[in-house]
Design a protein around this ligand. Sequence first.
Ligand SMILES: *Cc1c(COP(=O)(O)O)cnc(C)c1O
Length: 453
Amino acid sequence: MTDSTASNPVAGGPGLPQQRLLVTGIPGPRSQALLARRTAAVAAGVGTTLPVFIERAGGGVLVDVDGNSLIDFGSGIAVVSVGNAAEAVVSRVQDQLARFTHTCFMVTPYDGYVEVCEALNRLTPGDHEKRSALFNSGAEAVENAVKIARAHTRRQSVVVFDHAYHGRTNLTMALTAKNMPYKHSFGPFAPEIYRAPMSYPLRDGGLDGAEAARRAIDVIDKQVGADEVACVLIEPIQGEGGFVVPAPGFLPALAQWCRDNGAVFVADEIQTGFCRTGDWFACEHEGVVPDLVTTAKGIAGGLPLAGVTGRADIMDAPHVGGLGGTYGGNPLACAAALGAIETMESLDLRERARRIGAVMTERLTEMAGRYDVIGEVRGRGAMVAVELLRAGSHEPDAAVAAAVARACHAEGLVVLTCGTYGNVLRLLPPLVMPDHLLDEGLTVLDKAFAASS
Ligand SMILES: *Cc1c(COP(=O)(O)O)cnc(C)c1O
């Protein structure tokens, strides 16, 4: 990976310098003017992490309307893994845009949809016969995975986990664990959802994977009933819930329990998928082969697309016409996905994610030795988080997480927080981020810790 834009095929348009540059305060005057218009025009329930309005983006930077160039450790929540406006995404979308924009795949099909399904069937874990279906958002993919699992098993119960995040639609709100801000005042929620304890090594007294799985399976067996379970739905590494990495053995034991009991094992790889963790999909790390996989976020370089992929017999269970939607697998989004996948393959972004992860983990582990608030550094590949605790305890410190994030934003580094307790800083740089920006971003973060803790 080179540092110069000229030879970087994924720098988001020619001449976009890969640099951190602050020319005004954050947010600058133009962003503040737009923020006032936003407040008057946009519903208050739609939040904003950092109110700088973006004018251009690519590689590892976001450039705002005031001319500030910010280092991006968020990727629009793990979406632009191939960078913003990646060359192969832009050229394929432009070509598609000029040919046709929509027919509805359920009315008159087109090859891009089929090609994306072929790619998903090829890239997701397992070499069994697969089928895929495409949707618009992650939540829609999760909803459809549940529909497919129920149609296949003729059972109703869905098992999810503590700290889970699966979306904001009615069914996925019920699947999501955290009340505020995702569920508060929005009920009633869908029935037949059961929550099992997660493997969370920092917070479960150090249960190993097998023990944590036994604890979860005990809840499923005793409180739900094995022969009621349509599916067990889990993020292989939890995203919004705090980048919780289950202890080794937890996921394989759950997958085995599903096989033994005729339940569908669904991996929600919406945040972990498409090279983010250093593999195509996070389940590969332990050789887990899910029955169904949900994908979105990193799949299409920023265009809205989502998928459900899985065993042909399960995927083909719903009746003809039972799955679909007006825009699902839109031609532009499919073209973007093919460009994004091409980029991941040609630049070997799995290897790049592992390298980014090694750099981030080394720097953050060194910081953990100097800043008492850093309770744990965890994650995999380019999906790394630090959980912040009151010194010498397991008490979550959300205030310091917010303060560190604010300090980073003021210095032109976009970082996100997450976690059930709001005390986790998560780092999700684009996988095409040049090394010098990754290093500089980590130095900004180091200084933010020094100033805030
Ligand atoms: C973001 C996310 C979703 C929801 O995706 P949307 O596209 O926002 O609907 C579901 N599951 C996981 C694991 C996610 O990270």
